[in-house]
Design a protein around this ligand. Structure first.
Ligand SMILES: [Zn+2]
Length: 285
C-alpha cells in the first residue's frame, strides 16, 4: 500500500509522526511519498526520510508561493529569487540521491484570479518560470514530476499552460504524475497521451465530486495512483465523524471506494498501484 502524495512535515502530522507511520504500517502500508513545497520543507522531508525508511521525499517549489492569500505565499518573489532557489534545488538534488521526484510544483491560477490584471499576469509569468525550472531539473536528474495544476472552473488556462511547458521542455520526455487532478476531461486525455499518471485522493468520496469521479472513470488502472494529500482532504466517512486531520492510513477508504468504482477487488487494485508506483518512482514494486 503506497500513499503517492502527502505532507508529513506539516505540524498536524510531524508532531505525531511515529504513530502516523505505525498506523499506516499496521494496515499494510509500505511507502509514503512526502512532497516538499518550499525551501524549508525540502530540508524537513530529507530529515524525515533519514529516520523513517517508509518515507520517500520529493523536493519542489510550489506555485502557491506566488498566490497571495495562500499559507505558502512568499511576498517579494521575483526572477532573482526563482533563479537562486532553483540553483539551491539543483544542489540539493545532487547531494541527496534518496530524493525520488521533483515536486510539488506546477501552476495555480485559482486564487490569483482575484488580483489586479497587471499583477495577475506578473504572478502567472513567475509561476511559469518556476515550473519550467522544475521541469528542467526533473529532466536533468531523470526524476518524475509531482504536478499540482489548478484553475478556476470553466477557465482552463493553467492546464493549457502546464501541458505547453511539459511538451516544450526536453521534447516532452519528462514523466511523472498530476496529483489530485480536478481539471477538464479534454486535458486529461492530453495528460494521459503524454504518458503521465494521475492520482486521486479523498475528494472522490465526497458527495459533490461527480466531476472528479467522472475523471477517475476516464483514467485506466495502469495510469492511476492513489494518495491522501494528508493532512488535507479527510475521506468522506471519517470527515462525517468529525475527523479533521487526514493521515496516510486513511487511504484505505479511498482505495475501497476506487476499487468498487472500477469493479476490481481491492487486492488487485493495490497490486496495480504498486506496479504503477514502481514505474513512476522506481520503488514499491
Ligand atoms: Zn499536496
Amino acid at each position: 500500500m503506497i500513499d503517492a502524495h502527502a505532507h508529513l512535515y506539516l505540524p498536524e502530522l510531524a508532531d505525531d509522526l511515529d504513530s502516523v507511520i505505525e498506523r499506516f504500517r499496521s494496515a499494510g502500508g509500505t511507502h509514503i511519498i512526502n512532497s516538499a513545497t518550499d525551501p524549508s520543507s525540502i530540508c524537513e522531508v530529507i530529515s524525515q526520510a533519514h529516520t523513517h525508511p517508509e518515507i520517500l521525499p520529493t523536493a519542489g517549489l510550489h506555485p502557491e508561493l506566488l498566490v497571495p492569500g495562500c499559507d505558502l505565499y512568499c511576498r517579494g518573489i521575483d526572477e532573482v529569487w526563482i533563479e537562486t532557489h532553483l540553483g539551491q534545488l539543483r544542489r540539493t538534488l545532487s547531494k541527496y540521491p534518496q530524493i525520488v521526484g521533483v515536486g510539488e510544483c506546477g501552476l495555480d491560477y485559482y486564487w490569483v484570479k482575484h488580483e489586479r490584471i497587471s499583477e495577475r499576469e506578473r504572478l502567472f509569468e513567475l509561476q511559469r518560470k518556476l515550473f519550467a525550472g522544475c521541469i528542467e531539473l526533473a529532466a536533468e536528474f531523470d526524476l518524475p514530476l509531482v504536478i499540482h495544476c489548478r484553475d478556476e472552473h470553466g477557465d482552463k488556462q493553467a492546464e493549457a499552460d502546464a501541458l505547453k511547458l511539459l511538451v516544450e521542455s526536453n521534447g516532452g520526455c519528462v514523466k511523472g504524475f498530476f496529483h489530485s487532478y480536478t481539471g477538464s476531461r479534454s486535458y486529461l486525455d492530453d495528460i494521459l497521451g503524454l504518458g503521465f499518471f494521475v492520482s486521486f485522493n479523498g475528494i472522490v468520496t465526497y458527495k459533490n465530486a461527480d466531476n472528479v469521479r467522472d475523471l477517475l472513470d476516464a483514467v485506466p488502472l495502469e495510469r492511476l495512483l492513489l494518495e491522501t494529500d494528508a493532512p488535507f482532504l479527510v475521506p468522506n466517512s471519517l470527515r462525517a465523524q468529525g475527523v479533521k486531520v487526514c493521515e496516510s492510513v486513511f487511504i484505505t477508504e479511498t482505495a475501497e471506494f476506487v476499487a468498487k468504482r472500477k469493479g476490481v477487488p481491492v487486492t488487485r487494485l493495490w497490486k496495480q498501484m504498486h506496479e504503477n508506483a514502481c514505474e513512476v518512482f522506481g520503488v514499491g514494486g
